[in-house]
Design a protein around this ligand. Structure first.
Ligand code: GLP
Length: 255
């Protein structure tokens, strides 16, 4: 794992956006794996700015998002479809038929999950996968004890995850109990992974992901088995790393 500690949260988000923009310049037809959540908002804002400055384009790219809530239609105000339109798709030159998310209101959610997994495979898998991390170590909606061999499927959300995401709904009770999420094995098939974490609330999960044992108890720790992972952190999210000096020695200032 390459661990980049970047100082402030905005610098860290900009660094993640730089890696995505560089990939798009190198391989314009890349398949991006995209994430949602508060952390990604700054990354997408930075990407939109780079796009407007002529630094990168999305016209030849395509994308698959990690997850979607079961029961929410694409136009539901709290759906990840809506999030992506608001924070990225509506502001860059992505062709609408080249952006994909699971259909949350599909009549048979597991059949939709299987279809989504097959669509990712048919696209040749993800080129660059962007990830955040939950305070409980989840990636996508792969909650603790998710099989490290899991594929896209329906998962029950942890109570802590529903509480953490309640800020996007009118309250915890409104957060759906189920989601369709790429599996851990789906994510591990990506050619490269860029994970961004900021803030003290993520520091423990970050330390378990990077320095803990590989364990389904911390799903993000499965990334230790991937050949090309870059973890980008601000100072606060790096706060519990035992080998912080070492990472800073190799990549001063996160460069
Ligand atoms: C959500 C998403 C994840 C995201 C994580 C952290 O539940 N499913 O993809 O990385 O939790 O979210 P945030 O950035 O809001 O802390």
């Amino acid at each position: 794992m390459k661990v980049l500690i970047c100082g402030g949260a905005e610098t860290a988000a900009g660094r993640a956006a730089d890696l995505v923009a560089a990939r798009l310049r190198r391989a314009p037809a890349t398949t991006l794996g995209l994430a949602t959540g508060g952390t990604m908002e700054a990354v997408y804002a930075a990407l939109i700015a780079r796009h407007r400055a002529g630094d990168c384009g999305f016209a030849a790219a395509r994308s698959f998002n990690l997850d979607e809530y079961v029961g929410l239609a694409p136009d539901h105000p709290c759906s990840y479809w809506r999030y992506m339109r608001e924070h990225l798709f509506g502001h860059v030159d992505f062709a609408p038929d080249r952006t994909h998310l699971p259909q949350g209101d599909a009549p048979d959610p597991q059949a939709e999950a299987d279809r989504y997994e097959a669509a990712i495979r048919a696209a040749g898998d993800i080129g660059l996968q962007l990830l955040g991390i939950g305070a409980n170590g989840h990636i996508g909606f792969n909650e603790p004890t998710s099989s490290l061999a899991s594929l896209t499927r329906v998962k029950t959300l942890a109570r802590a995850t529903r509480a953490a995401n309640a800020r996007f709904f009118s309250g915890s009770e409104d957060v759906p109990r189920l989601a369709i999420t790429m599996g851990i094995a789906t994510i591990l098939r990506a050619e490269e992974v860029v994970l961004l974490a900021v803030g003290e609330a993520k520091a423990e999960a970050v330390a378990r992901m990077i320095e803990g044992p590989v364990s389904a108890f911390c799903p993000a720790s499965a990334l230790q088995t991937h050949r090309r992972v870059t973890v980008i952190l601000d100072d606060a999210a790096a706060g519990q790393l035992a080998l912080r000096d070492y990472y800073e020695d190799i990549h001063p200032g996160g460069m």
